[in-house]
Ligand binder design. Structure first.
Ligand code: MF3
Ligand code: CO
Ligand code: CO
Length: 391
């Protein structure tokens, strides 16, 4: 998900290069960098003081049941060296570029061919996520999950989108317990009772066969592409193929062993928030209804909705317009037929404010309370929304 902060009047993506001062005591504070492009169609944020007041007035959360005393705070582990990607796997343009990617302007709206590509990328992401979920057990390290995810993605001829994204060092995000998002896989073994969000994004390159005069294109499955991308075929066919990459982005929160009832409820409500938000999507609906739907449902259970991280347009680029807020808001903008974007609410049991670790990525709740998240990539269809990230 992209990152936004309440101290700025406009929403920005963390991937624009914005960085925060890390502190165990203070919530996120942005360091402003000059020269950062502001995304078009971005929105105003409620100042934190006001939003906290609103939280106190309207959404008093379960401060009494945090149980952080029983659970050890998440500790940083050792991050293994970067995993290689075979040279035949096409990489997204941001990899190895010194430029930090941002939210690119303009929505992703696809024709029939583009929709097929999005379906293929989404399906692969969903299959990888489902496989990753089967690995969640006490004792496995998040680095081992990263390794398995990395392998499955490259075995399918795709690129793990997070690897090298704005300097992110691993192929998947693993966010344990109070980690809200962007957890970096490391040497920490999962413990009985942990909850873990696994966020998988793949960049799948689909090859189009181009015939001289007509742009007749044929979409090949990624399995087929794997065969075609041997050196021999590449050298003989390169001129007749256009390679286009599409991102599929999805996440889910899994239980490790025996999880307590409060944590289960948090995960269940977060899941339901996403499903309810998906159900109101169709052409012409205001994006702001997504935030209202999620916020209303979370509030019924006295759970908080994180504001600093948002959903985003996705397709040929990883993060694009529109910015999707998960909390009540008055932003303008309506859903378009053929458009793809993510919804990825993060709910917390206590504070909704993140603190960033010194690795510049790992975002944890300031009070150590649990956080859960689910994410899907969606396509706006005539009658509603199709979930692209389904097996
Ligand atoms: N998958 C995340 C999202 O939902 C983004 C992760 S980018 C990374 O948008 F660099 F942190 F991996
Ligand atoms: Co996302
Ligand atoms: Co994601």
């Amino acid at each position: 998900m992209a990152f936004t902060t309440s101290l700025q009047s406009r929403l920005m993506s963390s991937f624009l290069g914005e960085r925060v001062i890390q502190s165990a005591m203070n919530p996120l504070q942005p360091l402003h960098r000059s020269g950062c492009p502001s995304p078009k169609d971005v929105s105003k944020q409620v100042p934190r003081a006001l939003s906290n007041l609103a939280d106190i007035l309207f959404n008093k959360r379960n401060q009494g049941s945090l149980q952080t005393d029983k659970r050890k705070r998440l500790q940083k582990g050792k991050v293994s060296p970067r995993r290689p990607v075979p040279s035949h796997v096409p990489k997204p343009p941001y990899v190895d570029s010194r430029q930090l990617p941002g939210i690119s302007s303009g929505p992703e709206v696809h024709d029939a061919k583009g929709i097929e590509c999005m379906r293929a990328a989404g399906k692969l992401a969903a299959e990888v996520l489902s496989f990753a979920g089967t690995l969640v057990k006490p004792g496995i390290t998040t680095d081992e999950i990263d390794q398995a995810v990395h392998q499955m993605i490259i075995d399918n001829g795709a690129y793990p989108s997070p690897l090298g994204y704005g300097g992110f060092p691993k192929s998947v995000c693993t966010s344990v317990n109070e980690c809200i998002c962007h957890g970096i896989p490391d040497s920490r073994p999962l413990e009985d009772g942990d909850i873990i969000n696994i966020d998988v994004t793949v960049y799948l390159n689909v090859s189009f066969l181009v015939h001289s005069k007509y742009m007749f294109s044929q979409i090949h499955s990624y399995y087929f592409w794997k065969v075609l991308s041997t050196d021999f075929f590449q050298s003989s066919l390169r001129s007749t193929f256009i390679i286009q990459g599409y991102h599929g982005d999805t996440s889910a929160t899994f239980f490790c062993g025996n999880v307590d009832e409060d944590a289960k409820k948090l995960v269940e409500v977060t899941h339901d928030c996403l499903q309810k938000a998906i159900s109101i999507c169709r052409p012409g609906v205001e994006y702001s209804r997504i935030g209202k739907t999620i916020h209303d449902h979370a509030a019924k259970f006295k759970l908080g909705v994180v504001r600093q991280f948002v959903g985003h347009g996705i397709g040929r680029v990883f993060h694009s317009d529109p910015v999707i807020l998960h909390y009540r808001n008055n932003e303008r903008g309506r859903m378009l037929l053929g458009q793809t974007f993510t919804i990825e609410p993060m709910l917390t049991m206590g504070s909704i404010n993140p603190v960033l670790w010194s690795d510049d990525w790992t975002a944890v709740t300031e009070d150590g309370s649990l956080s859960a998240q689910f994410e899907h990539t969606l396509l706006i269809t005539e009658n509603g929304a199709e979930i692209m990230t389904q097996c």
